[in-house]
Design a protein. Structure first.
Length: 378
């Protein structure tokens, strides 16, 4: 086997190991894209709800002396329910459930309107907007359920003999159903392709975002990921992370490795070290390439004592591990580690600085050393 092929096979082997632990990528979300889509759906729903409230309130105020008491009560209850649903959404953000309730109320009101005929039998016109709003706010699957219920209810009202107060002519009925069917069809088609386009854009955006936060050589997260995705979570999701310890790791004399064995082997040493991190650290530990030959490890739910023990085991493991260099040859590397811990998310920057200071102390002590506040005390 040629040296080149041997090197490529070795590199593939280490790269394959390095990508085994990619759970950190799941923390990268598309909140901006998802939020914009949710805002679009919520705006559509509440625009419809606003007009429904205005219309219902106007009908009650102008016709409460004419309407039968049960009808007036039903309209008032519907009005109040829609308002309460809107208030509940602003407290919880439960858009789907709120949309289902509001659209179900409006569906019942539309069917009651068809039953009575409305003013001069114009009730059927009010049904035309419903499929558009249902698909925009609830998506294709859930929206189709409510649209299907409305369509079936309208057909039952229009074709059942002597059912309802209004009478619709045959031409009026057939033209309404044809028009309503077309509105449903094109609304469904529009929503289907909108969802596909949205998903495609989201997938592309997610890939680009993950690429921007991934170190291309080792497959680990990069420094930007730590500050953009982990640091903000330390306060928002403190129970999942804190207390936390920070390990800053530097591969000793890495420039000499590059000078002695070449930059290709230097890259291979970084990949091999990444594999060692996967071997000795938990899947929940956050591993990132901090820059050059420096790495950062975040140990959630781990105090200083645990972190120091973990760091010592890792340091010892790295020093004993052989990295193949050529057929029948291997090289060993060592690392220096600085440790700090934090109890609150606001202490993150301070902990990074403390870990960095301890890393410099480890180098000053001759490298291949772990330094934390515990060693300083002792």
């Amino acid at each position: 086997m040629s040296l080149k092929n041997w090197y490529l096979n070795l590199k593939f082997s280490y790269s394959e190991t390095a990508i085994l632990d990619q759970n950190w990528l799941n923390a990268i979300t598309l909140n901006s894209v998802d939020t914009a889509d949710k805002q679009r759906r919520a705006f559509t729903l509440f625009t419809m709800a606003f007009f429904a409230i205005v219309l219902i309130t106007s009908l009650v105020l102008s016709n409460y002396q004419i309407y039968a008491l049960p009808l007036t009560i039903m309209l008032v209850v519907s009005d109040v329910t829609i308002v309460l649903c809107m208030m509940y959404y602003f407290r919880t953000g439960a858009l789907v459930s709120i949309s289902c309730i509001i659209l179900s109320i409006i569906l019942l009101l539309c069917m009651a309107l068809v039953y009575t005929g409305g003013k001069e039998n114009t009730a059927l016109y009010w049904l035309m907007f419903y499929p558009i709003v249902a698909y925009v706010t609830l998506g294709l699957k859930v929206g189709s359920v409510l649209v299907g219920i409305m369509y079936a209810s309208a057909v039952a009202l229009l074709f059942s003999p002597n059912f309802g107060q209004a009478h619709y002519g045959q031409v009026e009925t057939s033209r309404f159903l044809a028009s309503f069917s077309l509105v449903i069809l094109f609304s469904a088609i529009s929503e289907y392709f909108r969802q596909k386009s949205h998903q495609k854009i989201a997938d592309i955006t997610l890939i680009e975002k993950r690429d921007a936060l991934t170190d291309p050589l080792t497959g680990l997260a990069n420094r930007r990921y730590i500050y953009e995705h982990i640091q903000p979570r330390l306060e928002a999701e403190a129970a999942n992370y804190l207390p936390m310890s920070v390990l800053l790791i530097d591969l000793d004399n890495f420039k000499s490795i590059n000078d002695s064995y070449g930059h290709d082997f230097g890259d291979q040493a970084l990949i091999a070290f990444t594999s060692m991190l996967h071997d000795k650290l938990r899947g929940t530990d956050i591993k990132a390439r901090y820059g050059g030959e420096e790495f950062i490890i975040l140990l959630p739910k781990a105090g200083l004592n645990i972190a120091h023990a973990v760091a010592e085991k890792l340091r010892s493991y790295v020093a004993e591990k052989q990295i193949p260099y050529d057929v029948g040859q291997s090289v060993t590397i060592t690392c220096s580690i600085g440790i700090a811990s934090l109890e609150r998310g606001s202490q993150f920057s301070k902990a990074i600085k403390q870990a960095d200071d301890n890393l410099y102390k480890a180098k000053a002590k001759g490298r291949n050393v772990v330094v934390s506040d515990l060693t300083e005390i002792s």
